[in-house]
Design a protein around this ligand. Structure first.
Ligand code: 5GP
Length: 120
């Protein structure tokens, strides 16, 4: 079951401007910034502005306009970063077995090197 949203999580603090981030993009629905511990030459996180724990929570509760805005923002960030031609990977970890560490939905964008096969 999805936990209640905890607004003390690190990405909620980033959204409130309490903690700096390496911002790459922001619009009404989404904020994108560089991962603090990059796993690829380009490793960007895209988060919705609304209070959603995970992809599961977001897909169940968010309004259609929020979902559309977020999905478009992820695509925009990847295109603007120049990743379309060489390709990139999107990843969202959900919950305990998904090894989700921060309980605010985030989509990882990995790019800048051949990423190899999907991890187990
Ligand atoms: P998860 O395992 O939850 O999918 O990924 C969380 C990601 O957030 C990790 O890749 C981690 O490096 C990143 N991260 C954790 N804390 C911070 C932070 O304070 N700032 C930024 N920019 N990234 C963070």
């Amino acid at each position: 079951p999805t936990l209640p949203y905890d607004d003390t999580n690190i990405f909620a603090r980033i959204l409130r401007g309490e903690i700096p981030c390496g911002k790459v993009y922001e619009d009404d629905h989404a904020l994108a910034f560089h991962d603090i511990n990059p796993q690829a030459p380009s490793h960007i996180l895209v988060i919705p502005k609304g209070a959603y724990v995970s992809w599961d929570d977001f897909s169940a509760r968010a309004a259609d306009a929020e979902i559309a805005g977020f999905v478009r923002a992820v695509g925009h960030v990847a295109r603007a970063a120049g990743h379309v031609e060489s390709g990139y990977r999107l990843l969202a970890n959900i919950g305990q077995d998904g090894h989700q560490e921060v309980p605010h939905l985030h989509v990882h964008i990995f790019a800048g090197r051949p990423l190899g096969p999907m991890l187990a």
